[in-house]
Design a protein around this ligand. Sequence first.
Ligand code: ADP
Length: 370
Amino acid sequence: MLVLNAGSSSVKVATFDGNDRPLQSGAVTEIGPNARLRLGAVDRVMDLPDHKSAIAAILAVLDRPVSDLGACAHRIVHGGTDLRDTCRITPDILAKISDAIPLAPLHNPANLAGIMAVQALAPDLPQYACFDTGFHATNPDLATTYALPLAERGRGLRRYGFHGISYAGMVAKLQEITADRPINRLLGLHLGNGASLCAILDGCSVANTMGYSPLDGLTMGTRAGSLDPAVVLALARRHGIDGAEAILNRQSGLLALGGSNDMRALLQTPDGKFARDHFAYWAIRHAGSMVAAMGGLDGVAFTGGIGENDAEMRAQIMTGLAFLGLEFDPAANVQNARTLNTAKIRAFIIPAEEERTIAKSARKLFQNGG
Ligand code: ADP
C-alpha cells in the first residue's frame, strides 16, 4: 500500500506490505524550485513545481514499482458532512471532496492534487480516501452545532473535529494493550504542530477541541487556538480576509508568543517559557471541557511530536489535571515510556501512526475488492 499525505507545500509518503508492516517513508517538502526529496537513501534538492512533479519524483525513487504496492490511500483532511468512512475514490467521491474545499481551503485542494497526480501517473492503481474528520462523526448534535441562524448552519457551519485518523489509531492500539481492563472515558491529546484534545467514550469520539476548522482549540505551533470571533473580525477589518487568514494560520500560536514553533527551541528563547506555559495552561483548560463532555476520566493518552517526546510538557499538563485524580510516575515520564503510571486513571504514550492507520483501513477494503 502506498500512502500519501499531501499538504499545501509538501507530500509525505509511506509504503506498507500486505501485513501493514512499514517498508519506506519519506517526503517532498517545500514544493517549488528548491523542493527537498527525502526517501530511503535519497536526499536531494530539486525543482518540483507542483504536486504532480513531487509525486512523480517520489514514485521514481521508491524501492519497488508502484504496481507492486497494490493500491494508494490518501489522507483527506475534510470529508464534509457526508464522507466518514474510508472509501474507494470514484468520480462521485472526488466531487464530494471537491465540494468540501470551502470547508478546508488550505488542505483539500492539496489532497485533490495528490489524487489527480496518482491518477495521471499510475492510472491503474486503485485509490482510497481516509478522512481526518471521519472519527468525529459520532459527536452528538449538541457538540457539533453552533448556535447560528438556521440558514448559516445549512451552509455547513458546524464543528467537525480533526486529527481523527490519529485518534482512531490511538483507540485501536489502546484496545490491544488494555484488553483486560478497557478504558471507558479516554482523553486523547494529539500534541504536534497542530494540537487538539479529544473526548473518547467507549472508543467513540464525543467531543474534539478543533471545530469548523483545525484553527480552534489549543495554542498550536503557528495557530492561535480558540479566540473570541470578534478578534477574527478585527483582524479581517485591518488586514483583509486573506491577511487575517495568514495571521491566524501561520503567524500566531507558539511562534507569535515565543519566537519559535518548536517546543525545544522555546526552552532557549526569552519568551519561550511564557509560550510553553500558555500551551500547557490552555491544554489543561480545554481538558476540563473534554472531561465534562465524557462525565469523568479513566485514562489519558499522549501522541504527536510534543506528546511523544516532551516529558516536561506532559508533566506540566498532567500536574494541572491532578485535581481529577490523575497521577503519573515521573521516572516513566522522563523515559517517554508507553505506560506512565499504574494508577486508577491510567496514562499512556501512544505513537501517532497515521500513515499506518490509513494503510490498514484502505487495505481491508482493497482486499475485499471494495
Ligand atoms: P505535525 O503536526 O507537523 O505532524 P509533529 O507531530 O511532528 O507535528 O510535532 C512537531 C512538534 O513536536 C515540533 O514543533 C516540536 O515542538 C515537537 N517535538 C518534536 N520532537 C521533540 C522533542 N524531542 N522534544 C520536544 N518537542 C519535540
